[in-house]
Design a protein around this ligand. Structure first.
Ligand code: UT7
Length: 333
């Protein structure tokens, strides 16, 4: 009998420090109205200087997810982490969580799919489950992005968009039943690699990084926002179409779409094209901004808490981000 990847629990953790649009407008030439109108963001969370890195946020979210599942860290037999902001250049956050949580010496791997981290992660986990290589899995999506943002007018196009946060899922291999990951569709187009990226520090740069790079502020992420926006809408709709076609369902049959939170206007366009009412698409970008890999699990966790995501619901995730990478999962919750 085929095994299903059933989500046992979901959780999230965000740092306490709230940074409003007003706060940012004291650091750079921007305004609450510009940020709200263009993105839907009102505030985001930033770590403070005591934060020891992305694994710290991931550990908080993971501990809540384990408790909600009624599992101990020792029960896990695979750790998968999605992040673009690891504690160290290497090794990855997966091994940090293995240590911090007190897991057995189980496999721990990091996925680098940026904003598509959760959808790639669920697909990877489903592969391990279906090939009977893991039964109890922790999937953590965590980001600490605030320290690499240029919080001046020069960096305002990126700085107002991103925030810090983490989400975690426990997933179990279960024989039969309806609940679990039904399907995943993933894609990539590396012609977009330099459209949204952070090049430094990196091996493509002779010397890796120089004092001049730091002084000249070349150590921040950059983006051609309009190009990313257009590609995002196209690929998200294409992914939703593939998932519906492959699984012979209509948009009306989906109970809740949980899209990546990069821009409320992107999600509104996708919703309108699919002909769905607002209550069928979950958004919380106004509270957290874009937390990259963590957006979808944070949404899942809040949707469950708010009673908008109940057992048996048909859920579709959709994500697009740097790479370009994109994808979606169809899940019976
Ligand atoms: O998660 C990964 C995927 N990321 C995305 O999907 C992001 C996709 N892109 C976007 O969401 C939008 O393109 C942005 C929100 C990033 C930008 O919105 P836009 O409508 O494309 O604005 P723009 O970049 O064309 O900038 C318009 C104007 C420019 O001024 P001029 O040239 O018209 O005088 C910018 O300099 O707004 C200016 N601007 C700002 N003004 C105030 C750029 N950033 C800011 C800012 N505050 N923070």
């Amino acid at each position: 009998m085929e095994l299903q990847s059933r989500i046992r629990s979901v959780s999230h953790y965000v740092p306490e420090r709230r940074v409003t649009n007003e706060d940012l407008s004291k650091l750079m030439e921007t305004s609450d109205s510009w940020i709200t109108e263009r993105t839907g963001i009102k505030e985001r969370r930033f770590v403070d200087t005591t934060c020891s890195g992305t694994s710290e946020l991931g550990e908080h979210a993971a501990r809540i997810a384990l408790e909600r599942a009624g599992w101990k860290a020792q029960d896990l037999d695979l750790i998968v982490v999605a992040t673009l902001s690891p504690d160290f250049y290497f090794p990855g956050v997966g091994v940090m969580l293995q240590q911090k949580l007190g897991c057995r010496t189980v496999p721990a791997l990091d996925i680098r799919a940026q904003c598509s981290g959760l959808v790639y992660g669920l697909s990877v986990v489903d592969g391990y489950v279906k090939s009977r290589q893991a039964k109890k899995i922790l999937l953590v999506c965590a980001e600490v992005q605030s320290p690499v943002l240029d919080l001046t007018t020069r960096g305002r196009d990126m700085a107002v968009l991103f925030g810090d946060g983490a989400g975690a899922l426990t997933i179990e291999a279960v024989e039969g039943g309806e609940q679990g990951v039904i399907d995943s569709v993933l894609g990539s187009d590396g012609s977009g690699a330099e459209v949204l990226c952070m090049k430094l520090p990196g091996t493509a740069t002779p010397g890796f990084i120089s004092a001049d790079d730091v002084q000249q502020s070349r150590v921040h992420p950059s983006m051609d926002g309009k190009l990313v926006f257009k590609n995002a809408v196209t690929r998200l709709l294409e992914t939703a179409g593939s998932l519906m076609q492959r699984n012979k369902i209509t948009a009306e049959e989906i109970d809740l779409i949980i899209p990546h939170q990069a821009n409320l206007r992107i999600n509104e366009m996708v919703r309108a094209q699919l002909g769905l009412p607002p209550e069928k698409v979950f958004n919380n970008i106004h509270k957290y901004g874009n937390t990259t890999a963590a957006t979808i699990p944070i949404c899942m966790s809040e949707a469950v808490a708010e009673g908008r995501l109940k057992e048996g619901a048909l859920v579709m995730t959709l994500a697009f981000g740097a790479g370009f990478t994109w994808g979606g999962n169809l899940i019976r919750w």
